[in-house]
Design a protein around this ligand. Structure first.
Ligand code: FES
Length: 164
């Protein structure tokens, strides 16, 4: 189904009232993985608001992405336990290694970088989640290896896929 139809379906679950704006944006992002310009315009139209207002809301809140997530979305936990154990340093290391800022996706579409709140496994803080895998007790020193392994896995998958 094309994106605008999917958004239309999601919006059917909401009344066009201001208090529903954030939940509607969250629901669309959860479904599509990000909020495209077209999605924001559609939401603006539905809520009878100027598109510029939706753009500023989406830009203001860290939870919203304006670019599609990478094949390997990196979620670095910055909940209290992880933060105290150096989660912010791990986030900086991913940012340096991938050469992207939080909220961005690498040019090849392989990785995107986000910070999130508690994953509920604080006993192994600091924690990073990539795809569905949890990486416990992460350190800045392990970041490069994690990225190399995922890039290698991509290459192997591609080679297997390309074989006749
Ligand atoms: S604070 Fe990071 S998993 Fe709980």
């Amino acid at each position: 189904m094309e994106e605008s139809k999917q958004i239309e379906e999601i919006l059917k679950g909401f009344q066009p009232e201001r208090e529903n704006l954030l939940p509607a944006l969250q629901a669309i992002q959860e479904h599509l993985g990000y909020l495209s310009r077209g999605a924001m315009e559609q939401v603006a139209h539905f809520f009878h608001l100027p598109p510029s207002e939706i753009f500023s809301i989406v830009t203001f809140y860290n939870q919203f992405r304006r670019t599609p997530p990478g094949r390997h979305p990196v979620h670095v936990c910055l909940g209290t336990a992880c933060y105290l154990m150096g989660g912010d340093l791990v986030l900086d290391a991913f940012s340096r290694e991938l050469q992207i800022k939080k909220g961005d996706t690498t040019e090849d579409g392989a990785f995107s970088l986000e910070s999130t709140a508690c994953f509920g496994c604080c006993n192994v803080a600091p924690v990073v989640k990539i795809n569905d895998q949890i990486y416990p007790k992460m350190t800045s020193g392990k970041v490069e290896e994690v990225i190399i392994n995922l890039r290698d896995k991509d290459k192997t998958d591609k080679n297997n896929h390309d074989e006749p």
